[in-house]
Design a protein around this ligand. Structure first.
Ligand code: NAD
Length: 492
């Protein structure tokens, strides 16, 4: 499949003439080509989006939501095809591919409901004087997305910003551009006018041209922390609205009274699901007190997971770079004296040539091990035993990321103690992937490596982010001849 650009509802080859291979994580073979756009390609996409803005923003919000509703039905009808493409280009298994589509549809649903929740406000402030706080779209919005959820993450930004009246230029991940390539036909069939939803493929040059364009009024970015930070700094230098979600290092804490079976199942699903390539994945398990039974159960259960994308429970990681990076953390951990209770490198792999590595559980001796601190983004769980609750919370709060954290316990008071102290944006009690559902916003804590910029990418905060408020004060004095009797004056 050739992933060209999508400009004004037509497939357009890049002016650069450049393409890069899209490779299968399962086999390492080239399965498609992705355009590598230059700034001229980006300018063409932005110009089309800018021309489409007046007519699109001139429609009622209800009319825009109606088109989004059609899009929703079309995605539902094509969910299997989209999920199969996610399996092919991203390496998820089919259940995870379908979940990627289903989760993406949740924000489409929220976007469809915006006419019910995104109104302005009005108040009579004095006799004959009204103040109205109206909501207006911003103009052209850019969305730059990562590889790990080829459908869901783009759906965080595009539907909400479109229903609010913006036009969008979306930059898919160059590692997984094929799923969005399939969405193009659905954009036309749903009835989005030309220019409203554009897509340009490419890498750094393309992203920087998008950010720098004066016609782009806001940028949403999701990806690794160093790039999230650079996007945020670049946008702020241009006085541009930006939300940039970065990486994660999520800590789970297990107390002695945690339910053994439930905790085991949940911790394994959290660290090994999607091969650990989720910003919500468990990275570190802090076991408070002696609880070898829990550790043994986790190792046993994770060891039973079958690799594979068709009938398997866990797929490969995205590319050779990621594979090498994960291996380097396993080697460094061994060298520092940590014990690999489960070594994914020795797991039998279903196909040759891909980036396969099995679930891995490391028991650390030293709190300074790099694997305990850096984002690895693979199916690796680092376990550290700690003596007290205070030790556990101190370790969690000292980590520079602030995406998610979870406490496993059977006591409500203990759960409260931790949830009041955790320094992360999304907290779980007995749930290792505590993703808030709409209308609650997804995202980590500002001031950490997990979140830069302003506002929220989904939920109520996204309504504020993707629109601006204009205040209108009007005076319409009642004509004297219509005043039948004097009224009591309104007073402040
Ligand atoms: P990445 O940072 O390598 O790439 C993300 C996007 O940024 C891609 O589309 C890429 O083309 C683009 N890009 C590259 N250079 C750029 C530049 N200089 N300026 C602007 N954009 C640039 O991330 P990835 O490997 O695709 O995805 C994995 C990362 O995403 C992990 O760190 C993961 O934690 C993070 N992630 C975070 C969340 C969250 O909600 N916090 C969600 C999903 C993924």
């Amino acid at each position: 499949m050739n992933c060209n650009n999508w400009i004004n509802n037509a497939e357009v080859e890049p002016k650069s003439g450049e393409y890069m291979d899209v490779t299968s994580p399962s086999t390492g073979e080239a399965i498609g080509k992705c355009a590598v756009s230059n700034s001229a390609d980006v300018e063409a996409a932005i110009a089309g989006a800018s021309s489409a803005f007046p007519a699109w923003s001139g429609l009622t919000m209800k009319a825009r939501a109606g088109i989004m509703l059609k899009f929703y039905s079309l995605v539902k009808a094509h969910a299997d095809t989209l999920a199969e493409c996610i399996v092919k280009e991203n390496g998820k298994n089919i259940t995870e591919g379908l979940a990627d589509v289903a989760k993406g549809l949740e924000t489409v649903e929220y976007a469809i409901s915006l006419p019910q929740v995104a109104q302005g406000k009005s108040l009579t402030v004095s006799r004959g004087i009204n103040c109205t706080d109206t909501r207006r779209p911003l103009g052209v919005v850019a969305a730059i997305v990562p590889f790990n959820f080829p459908f869901m993450v783009p759906m965080w930004t595009v539907p909400i910003s479109l229903v609010l009246g913006n036009t969008v230029v979306l930059k898919p991940s160059e590692k997984c551009p094929m799923t969005l390539n399939l969405v193009r036909d659905l954009i036309v069939e749903a009835g989005f006018p030309a220019g409203v939803w554009q897509m340009v493929n490419g890498t750094r040059e393309c992203c920087e041209a998008l950010i720098d364009s004066p016609l782009v009024k806001a940028v949403s970015f999701v990806g690794s922390s160093p790039i999230a930070k650079s996007v945020s700094v670049r946008c702020h230098g241009l006085n541009k609205r930006v939300i940039a979600l970065g990486g994660a290092k999520n800590h789970l804490i297990a107390l002695k009274d945690a339910d053994l079976e439930g905790t085991t199942r949940d911790v394994v699903a959290s660290f090994a699901g999607a091969s650990g390539q989720r910003c919500m994945a468990a990275s570190v398990l802090l076991v408070v007190g002696e609880n070898d039974e829990l550790i043994n159960n986790i190792v046993q259960r994770a060891g039973e997971l079958k690799l594979g994308t068709d009938k398997g429970e866990m797929g490969p990681v995205i590319d050779g770079h990621s594979f090498k990076k994960i291996n380097s953390y396993l080697e460094a951990s061994e060298a520092s004296g940590a014990k690999l209770l489960l070594d994914g490198r020795s797991k039998e792999v279903p196909k040759n040539g891909g980036n396969w590595i099995g679930p891995t559980v490391i028991l650390h001796e030293k709190g300074s091990d790099k694997a305990l601190h850096d984002e690895i983004f693979g199916p690796v769980l680092s376990i550290l035993k700690v003596k007290t609750w205070q030790d556990a919370i101190a370790i969690e709060n000292a980590n520079p990321f602030g995406n998610a954290a979870c406490i496993y316990t059977s006591k409500g008071g203990s759960a409260d103690w931790f949830t009041q102290r955790f320094m992360a944006g999304m907290l779980g009690v007995n749930i290792g992937i505590p993703v808030p559902r709409e209308p609650f916003a997804f995202g980590g804590l500002y001031g950490t490596l997990s979140k830069y910029g302003d506002g929220d990418i989904t939920g109520e905060g996204a309504i504020e982010f993707f629109s601006t408020r204009i205040k209108i004060t009007t005076r319409w004095p009642v004509p004297v001849e219509e005043e039948f009797e004097p009224e009591a004056p309104l007073s402040d």
